[in-house]
Design a protein around this ligand. Structure first.
Ligand code: AMP
Length: 226
């Protein structure tokens, strides 16, 4: 037998022993970013289903301290919506699609495939049920409406709030620095679109976010749904 044929046989054998097409690479990340969105800002540029003025989950994203992140990783646990039936009511309440053209299943599959698939190294997120169930559990501890209202920050058509005041209100409630994300329209005001809470990747408990606010100007709008 030629050495080339022998090499090919050995490679095929090694692949069989290691489980064939199974994923083996763990994608590095430093923490989990819990992205919480304000529906009205998303819906000001997207055709949306009816929604309330309630902060809701966008996703749980493996993230690095330098603001890079892995995405669309190979996973041994492919998305399967039937695994989520027991937690569907809470998912619909806290993590629903806002897009008129979308479905919850498509939104959840997108978030899981793009971000959840990279969470091998987060023991509480590394399969389909755990990813959704434990993200819901982390979100249950985040009371943005309460913390902001306590600081006099409520959705308003006319008022703006200083980003520092906004940040401080969340810092007091959460006990850690979060990160605000805004949409800045040409010549317009900076509008809050997302509050990012950083979680320890092992415990999913809040930690200080390593980076300050992404793109909010000094004053930000927090608009109600009309
Ligand atoms: P991501 O790829 O995780 O950064 O999320 C961005 C994508 O998710 C974009 O295609 C958005 O239009 C979509 N998206 C964000 N929030 C929602 C939502 N609440 N419902 C449906 N799609 C959303």
């Amino acid at each position: 037998m030629s050495s080339l044929v022998l090499l090919l046989l050995l490679t095929a054998l090694a692949s069989l022993v290691s489980g064939g097409g199974a994923c083996s690479k763990n994608h590095h990340f430093d923490f989990v970013l819990l992205a919480i969105q304000w529906p009205q800002t998303f819906c000001s540029t997207t055709a949306c289903v009816p929604h309330a003025d309630r902060w809701q989950i966008h996703g749980a994203w493996p993230e690095n301290d330098d603001a890079t992140w892995p995405s669309n990783c190979c996973t041994n646990h492919p998305f399967d919506a039937s695994l989520l039936e027991s937690i569907e009511p809470e998912l619909v309440a806290s993590w629903k699609t806002l897009k008129k053209s979308g479905t919850n299943e498509k939104f959840w599959a997108h978030e899981y495939n793009k971000h959840g698939s990279c969470a091998h190294d987060a023991p509480l997120l590394n399969d389909v049920f755990k990813y959704f169930n434990n993200t819901l559990a982390a979100f249950r501890e985040v009371h943005l409406e309460k913390w902001l209202t306590a600081a006099g920050i409520v959705p308003s058509t006319g008022r703006q709030y200083s980003a520092r005041h906004f940040d401080h209100a969340i810092q007091v409630g959460l006990g850690h620095d979060a990160q605000l994300s805004c949409v800045n329209r040409k010549g317009g005001v900076s509008t809050i679109s997302q509050v990012n809470i950083c979680l320890d990747k092992i415990t999913l408990k809040p930690i200080d976010c390593p980076l300050a606010d992404r793109n909010c100007k000094t004053n930000i709008a927090y608009r109600p749904t009309h």
